[in-house]
Write a protein of this length. Structure first.
Length: 202
């Protein structure tokens, strides 16, 4: 069996100051490879402090396999996310709700922009990408995702998934519908029902 080679590994560090002016260190690491079948790497990732240097956003995007230009869709998605984040001001009152609204509205806007680009070219395989975003606030985190890029939490040596893949199998389970035989083990069951770019709505 072939092993996928790591193409790049980046370790990034940042400092976030708490209200008491003490420093909390947040290490951000990114590692990516193109896998065994794709001709190029379609992964993108970013991290950025907000304008106050207090809150941290981190995100990953993975181009959809089988569609053209997934790497471009991922890169554009994170570029637009970063642009919005730089201008977003997190309020003191109910910061979690404000951040949740920001992520939702930004992801909808990103999807609309990439969908419009796809519409201009009318390709049979419109470019698309998954996305997963997390924002670290003072005493909580806010997450958002579309597709099957995941966010996990490691606590007390236990790894817990914080997101649920948007695919046919999970949609059936969430809606309480019967799951056809062998769907869970098939590529059909893993087909994405949410992603950035190919469809008008996300």
């Amino acid at each position: 069996m072939k092993k996928a080679k790591t193409e790049r590994a980046i370790l990034l560090g940042s400092l976030r100051k708490s209200p008491e002016n003490s420093e909390t260190s947040l290490d951000v690491a990114a590692d990516s490879h193109r896998g065994l079948f794709r001709p190029r790497n379609e992964d993108s990732f970013l991290y950025s402090l907000d304008s106050t240097g207090r809150y941290l956003l981190a995100a990953v995007a993975d181009g959809i396999g089988g569609n053209h230009n997934g790497d471009i869709a991922g890169h554009l998605s994170l570029k637009m996310l970063l642009q919005g984040w730089r201008f977003f001001q997190i309020p003191k009152n109910n910061p979690s709700k404000a951040t949740e609204t920001f992520l939702k509205e930004t992801i909808l806007r990103i999807n609309a922009e990439i969908f419009m680009i796809n519409s201009m070219y009318e390709g049979k395989s419109p470019m698309g990408t998954t996305i997963a975003v997390i924002v670290f606030l003072d005493d909580s985190v806010v997450t958002a995702h579309a597709g099957d890029s995941r966010i996990y939490r490691l606590r007390d040596e236990t790894l817990s998934r914080m997101t649920c893949d948007h695919n046919i199998l999970n949609d059936l389970v969430r809606n309480g519908e019967p799951v056809p035989k062998n769907v869970g083990d098939s590529s059909y069951g893993r087909m994405l029902t949410q992603s950035i770019g190919p469809n008008m709505e996300v």
